[in-house]
Design a protein around this ligand. Sequence first.
Ligand code: PMP
Length: 366
Amino acid sequence: MNAPVPKPWIMDIAPYVPGRAQTDDGRKAIKLSSNENPLGTSPAAREAFASASGSLERYPDASAVELREALAAKHGLDPARIIYGNGSDEILHLVAGAFAGPGDEVIYVNYGFAVYPIAIRRVGAVPVIAPDKDYATDVDAILASVTPRTRMVYVANPNNPTGTYASREEIARLHAGLRSDILLVLDHAYAEYIDGEIDDGGMELATSAPNVLVTRTFSKLYGLAAERIGWGYASAEIIEAMHRIRLPFSITIAGTAAAVAALNDAEFIEHTRAHNAQWRRWFADEIAKLGNAGLRAVPSQANFVLVLFEGTLTAEAAYKGLMDEGYIVRWLPGQGLAHGLRITIGTEDETKAVVAILQRLIADAR
Ligand code: PMP
């Protein structure tokens, strides 16, 4: 008897590997592997979440009016042009579903976010990887990768797993260099962590250009990863196409209430930003001091740092050494980063502990 056969392009997908929360021997660990907020979430969001969990028998508002209006008010946007989904992951999938198909090409940058190749292959399109420039997004390489079959480009800014940031000028140059029928997806999952102004010009492009989608999330700065709320902004036409294939009820009532409350908790937002900026700088400085042992921190504008191991202590040994001490970071050999660890900026104690463990592992490796 014949069994159902998955589409060949589905069998080409390497499934997403989430950050681990437990050590190899099953101990619960300090998780610095998924870029969550180490300070928790906004107290106002927690309260709103608890009081909104009343009516379990009713579907949520499928058009997410409350969330869209809160986002529009905060960011000065048109609520009709906001799409929302089960994390920004859902939006990244929706856009590929609406704008790419078999035979089309979709470009992303080497060391790009692991969901992009999945979203691209899922619809039968072909992922095209543009080379990086010392781990950073290389606009010229992206433009050189465009062919008549290119339909979309995904760029995370800041990028995950490298943490690198492309400036307003570079993003403008990228957009100007793309044909207008190529959709530029700017993934702003970490935009709130940029030093100074939260601005690479992406939202202005999404507002004025017909071919730019910006995606954002409540999973990082807002500390709501468990509730899976993401959103996007683009032209009315792009949003309308994505709505056609959206799941009707992919965000929950309690999650929406938490997100709206978190959005307006300026104190928690500032506290998180300041904490991250302080400890990211400290962490990168400490890694720089370990340069003679072959360690190097890729310059980061996100809430994590990619540390490269080019000396006696390997990334794999450091990964295992940190795990032995109960700290799980992200080792990504499957993404061509067998020589690097992506380490989320944790609390002060966690960040200091990671550095102390690395110092000891270096001394032991000598
Ligand atoms: N984009 C990037 C670059 C990310 O790192 C992540 C989280 N890993 C996401 C999007 C998706 O986040 P979420 O689905 O939780 O919004």
